[in-house]
Design a protein around this ligand. Structure first.
Ligand code: HEC
Length: 179
């Protein structure tokens, strides 16, 4: 009886060790596959981000300089991994590492619910995220000419949105997360 118990116990330890080794391997693979772990905590008051013209940028991997260089390039550029781009508080694009999603050129689209309490991610994904006005983020943004890396602004080839820059500035200023 005693032997049986200890065999069971050592079996459990062995299984636990195996499961641990398995998840460590999976974590390594995930890092190689370049997933940047993006959570609601990565998003806050847009006005605390760095302004470029009429929109805001940041970089989750610390490469704000690279993101700014891409955003300010007169001929367009590929944004570096970790780039965060926002026009309005509730819509965000985040750049994953090269090769993460070929269709969207590694951009992930987010639709957020923002309030004084903070940020909740309502929807996220690559080619199938639809905003609160029924528009598919990717379908619009992919129309930017290739050198602009899916960034629409004005004159990059996207269909214009129905909001004026003044209206957009009003929505930015009213971000309820700003203290
Ligand atoms: C109807 C087409 C359309 C849809 C749908 C759309 N966008 Fe955009 N988006 C635009 C246009 C056009 C601009 C540029 C507006 C300007 O600069 O005046 C823009 C601007 C932006 C910007 C600022 C950088 C840039 O590209 O100029 C971000 C970030 C963004 N949108 C994210 C999203 C996300 C995330 C979604 C979905 C949740 C989304 N958009 C849905 C057309 C669209």
């Amino acid at each position: 009886m005693k032997t049986k118990m200890s065999l069971l116990a050592s079996g459990a330890i062995w299984l636990a060790g195996f499961a641990f080794a398995g998840s460590a391997y999976a974590a390594d693979e995930a890092t190689q596959n370049a997933g940047i772990d993006v959570t609601a905590d990565n998003f806050s008051c847009v006005n605390d981000m760095t302004r470029v013209r009429h929109f805001f940028v940041d970089n989750l991997l610390g490469d704000l300089e690279g993101t700014l260089a891409a955003a300010n390039s007169p001929n367009g550029a590929t944004y570096p991994p970790g780039s965060v781009v926002q026009l309005v508080p509730s819509e965000v694009m985040v750049k994953h590492r090269a090769g993460y999603n070929a269709a969207t050129r590694d951009w992930e689209f987010f639709e957020l619910n923002v309030s004084e309490a903070g940020t909740v991610i309502d929807k996220r994904g690559f080619v199938d995220v639809v905003n609160r006005f029924g528009g598919n983020c990717f379908a619009c943004h992919i129309r930017a000419e290739p050198q602009w890396d899916l960034i629409c602004e004005k004159g990059h080839g996207c269909e214009p949105i129905e909001f004026t820059r003044e209206q957009i500035a009003g929505v930015q200023a009213a971000d309820p997360r700003c203290k």
